[in-house]
Design a protein around this ligand. Structure first.
Ligand code: KIV
Length: 257
C-alpha cells in the first residue's frame, strides 16, 4: 500500500470520507492499517484508555513519544498523527518546536494540537519549520479541569462564531486538517463548508469530511463509551472469556495438556 501523507489527506476533501482511528501500540496500529484507515492517531486519550488515568491531563510528552514509536514500528501505510499533550503547545516556541520534532523523530508523520485562534501563531511557525499540524477545536479534553465537565460546543450563536473563527485562523496558519470534537452538528457542517482543509469529526455529526473514533470504544474495551461513539465489537466479553477459560484450565491442570 502507498504511504498516506498529509498531502493525500488534504487532497481527499470533497472526494471521499476520511476514516481515522486511534491506536497506541504496534498490535492495534497494524490491525487498523490492515483495515484500511486513512490515519492512525496516537491520541492523548492514551491517558484514559491505556494508562488508567481519568483524563488526558496527566499524559506527558515522554508517554506520547514512547507510544508513537510503538505505532511507527508497525510501519503502517496510514498517516501517523501524534497528539501534543497537555500544556506543551503553550510552552515558549523553542520548547514546543523541540517537543514536536521529537514526536516526528519517534516516527509520527505530523502532530495534532488542541487549540484554536490562540495558538495560530505558534502553529504557523511549526508549519514553517516543516512540522505538519492537524488542528483540534470544539471540545478540547485537555481543558477538562477548567470546564468541569465534557460538554457540547457551538450551540449558541457566540460559540458558533468563535468556532468558525478558530477554524479560519487555523486554516490561515497552515494546518492540513482540523479535528472538530463534540460540537453541534450544524456548526461542524458549516465549518466544513467554510474551510478548504478537511474536517475530522468526533461527536460532531455527519457533515464533517471524516470521522475519528477511539479504538477502545470501537472494540467495546472501554469502561465508559461516549454516546456519540459506536461499539463495533464486544472485545471485553471475548477477552474476559478467554482469560477465565485459561485460569480454569491452569487450576484444573488441563493446561498445558
Ligand atoms: O486523544 C484523542 O484520542 C483525540 C481524539 C478523540 C480526537 O484527540
Amino acid at each position: 500500500m502507498k504511504k498516506t501523507t498529509v498531502k493525500t489527506i488534504a487532497e481527499t476533501k470533497g472526494s471521499e470520507k476520511i476514516a481515522v482511528l486511534t491506536a497506541y501500540d504496534a498490535i492495534f496500529a497494524r490491525l487498523a492499517d490492515l483495515a484500511g484507515v486513512d490515519a492512525i492517531l496516537i491520541g492523548d486519550s492514551l491517558g484514559n484508555t491505556v494508562m488508567g488515568y481519568n483524563s488526558t491531563v496527566p499524559v506527558r510528552m515522554d508517554d506520547m513519544i514512547r507510544h508513537t514509536a510503538m505505532v511507527a514500528r508497525a510501519k503502517p501505510s496510514a498517516l501517523i498523527v501524534a497528539d501534543v499533550p497537555f500544556a506543551v503547545a503553550h510552552k515558549s516556541f523553542d520548547f514546543l518546536l523541540e517537543d514536536c520534532a521529537n514526536l516526528l523523530r519517534a516516527g509520527a508523520d505530523c502532530v495534532k494540537i488542541e487549540g484554536g485562534a490562540l495558538l495560530a501563531d505558534s502553529i504557523k511557525r511549526l508549519v514553517n519549520a516543516g512540522i505538519p499540524v492537524m488542528g483540534h477545536i470544539g471540545l478540547m479534553p485537555q481543558q477538562i479541569l477548567k470546564l468541569g465537565a465534557y460538554k457540547t460546543f457551538g450551540k449558541s450563536r457566540e460559540e458558533k462564531i468563535s468556532l468558525l473563527e478558530d477554524a479560519k485562523k487555523l486554516e490561515e496558519a497552515g494546518v492540513f486538517s482540523i479535528v472538530i470534537e463534540k460540537t453541534d452538528a450544524e456548526t461542524a457542517a458549516e465549518i466544513t463548508k467554510k474551510v478548504s482543509v478537511p474536517t475530522i469529526g468526533i461527536g460532531a455529526g455527519a457533515g464533517c469530511d471524516g470521522q475519528v473514533l477511539v479504538c477502545a470504544d470501537v472494540l467495546g474495551l472501554g469502561e465508559k463509551i461516549p454516546p456519540f461513539a459506536k461499539k463495533y465489537a464486544d472485545l471485553e466479553g471475548i477477552v474476559k472469556g478467554a482469560f477465565s477459560q485459561y485460569v480454569k484450565e491452569v487450576k484444573k491442570g488441563a493446561f498445558p495438556g
